[in-house]
Every structure is written in C-alpha cells, then in structure tokens.
Design a protein around this ligand. Structure first.
Ligand code: G1P
Length: 285
C-alpha cells in the first residue's frame, strides 16, 4: 500500500532551546539558511509523500507562513528581477499539500500523533519528528517505506547509542530478522535503568492506522505524557512491529550541541559555504 501522508508533530514548546525559541518556533531555526522543518518536509517529499500534516500549537504561525505564498515578498523580488530567488521560494511548497491541526494541550508526542487521526483517515502514514535531521543517500523515510512495503508492518527507525545515553530515548528490545532489521518484542520510553538494549528510537516511523486505537487506550507515561512509544507497545499486542537500523547520519537539532553540529555538517555540504567554512574550522582548532 502506498504511503502518501506524513505527520510532523510540531507543537512542542522548545524549552531546551530558550531563549531562541521564546518567539520563534524551534522548527523554524535555520540550518545554514533553511529552517529545520523544511529539511524534514524535503525528506518526505523525496520519499514520494505529498500530503504534509503539521500538528502545531499556539505561537507556531511562522510554520504556516513558511509553507504559504508571500505575495508582498514575491512582487518585490519580481520588481527587482530576482528570478532565481523567486524560483527557490516557489520550490518550498511545490508539489505538496499542507494541512494543519492543533494540539491544544501539551499532552505528549503520542497525543500529538493522535490529533492527526481524522486527517490521516485510515491509511498507513509516516511520522517525522522535526528535531531529528537526517542526511542519507536514500532518504530515511524512503528506506523505511521500502521495509513497510516488503513486510506490511509498522516500522520504527533505530540507531545504536552509547549505553550512557539510553535514558534519553525510547529503547527497543528486538530479535534480528535480517540485515539491520528487528522484530520488536518490547519497547520502553526513556528507561532510567536496565535498558533492554542500546537500540534507540530515532524520530522516523511508518505506522498503520490501528496505532490510533492503541493511542486512545494509552495512559500517561514517562514525564506524565502520552508517549508514542507506549502507544506502539499497545499496538504490539495485536500486530507485528519492526525496527530498522537506517543508513545515514542523524543530528539531534533539538539539542544545542546537536544543532551546532548539524549546522556545520550542512555548511560543509553546501558548495557556496564549504571551502571557506572548512578553512575557518581548520584555523580555530
Ligand atoms: C522522542 C520519542 C523517543 C525518541 C526520540 C528521538 O523523544 O519519545 O522515543 O527516542 O524522540 O528523537 P523526545 O526527544 O521528543 O523527548
């Protein structure tokens, strides 16, 4: 079955990034010159998804404006003959449909995904957490969609992390069934002790619509929130769930250090900044 919809939970307050996020949504912080959220939308689009569902909250208008047309800006650029810039602006929302729904209360990631239930309308769908920025030859969402098509089961992206960091992630317990592929036996959100493995959940998921029933039956968990990890645990009672070690690099752009690393990484990839940035880094280390 084809996956055409992606959900972007974007309602978080971004407290890890204050004061930058006091008036600007964290999803709009730039990596080089593109907001974080645009990288994720581009990943989904490159994977063949064309309906982007944003779950937002108060103070997130900038996200809506970013994927909308700016008439004043466009006529100004037109007047000034800045054709290239105008073309670049058009590509932001080219070929995609963008819809928004609001999470009225900060009740957690599982609850945010549940807010998209009616928009997803009974189809399998992708979830991309904008904090996680991926750089991969084949877009990570596309890699996961291939696994979904082959096995017809929900797929969670995972990556090995040092044991000292397992308390920061959802952690899976799984049995290896193929290269980089695991059948999930259990999963636990941010275990304080005895993590079942060091395979950490990274913010990319392909989920079947049955996840919504599972989330509706999920109680408040870690941090007093309705966790997506706990919802998937419920889903496991009736369905197989797979975990997939994707190929590519991941940056936690929701964390100060991860954000700086992501910026440097992207700056070193961009032809117009690459050379000078490399020279600068060499000169200061
Ligand atoms: C969320 C998920 C967690 C996952 C992480 C990946 O946590 O709840 O299972 O490991 O994203 O980035 P958050 O970082 O939003 O607290």
């Amino acid at each position: 079955m084809n996956i055409t919809k992606a959900v972007f939970p974007s309602a978080g307050l971004g407290t890890r990034f204050l004061p930058a996020t006091k008036a600007v949504p964290k999803e709009m912080l730039p990596l080089v010159d593109k907001p974080i959220i645009q990288y994720c939308v581009e990943e989904a689009r490159a994977s063949g998804i064309d309906e982007m569902i944003f779950v937002t909250s108060r103070c997130k208008r900038a996200i809506e404006d970013h994927f909308d047309t700016s008439v004043e800006l466009e006529s100004l650029l037109e007047e000034k003959g800045k054709r290239e810039t105008l073309k670049m602006l058009h590509t932001i929302s080219e070929g995609i449909q963008v819809v928004y729904t609001r999470q009225k209360k900060a009740l957690g990631l599982g609850h945010a995904v549940l807010c998209a239930k009616r928009l997803v309308a009974g189809e399998p769908f992708a979830v991309l957490l904008p904090d996680d920025i991926m750089d991969a030859e084949v877009p990570v969402t596309e890699q996961m969609m291939r696994v979904f098509r082959r096995h017809s089961a929900s797929v969670i992206a995972v990556q090995r992390v040092p044991r000292s960091q397992t308390h920061m992630y959802g952690i899976i317990k799984g049995r290896k069934i193929g290269p980089g592929l695991y059948k999930v036996d259990d999963l636990v959100e941010k275990p304080r002790e005895n993590p079942p493995s060091n395979l950490a959940i990274i913010g990319r998921y392909i989920l079947v619509p049955e996840i919504f029933d599972a989330l509706e039956r999920t109680r408040h968990g870690s941090g007093g929130e309705i966790q997506l990890t706990d919802g998937i645990r419920r889903l496991l009672e009736t369905q197989d769930v797979l975990a997939f070690e994707f190929e590519g690099e991941r940056f936690d752009a929701g964390d100060r250090l991860g954000f700086l690393k992501a910026n440097i990484h992207m700056g070193l990839k961009r032809p117009e900044t690459k050379k000078e940035l490399k020279k600068f880094i060499k000169s200061i280390v």
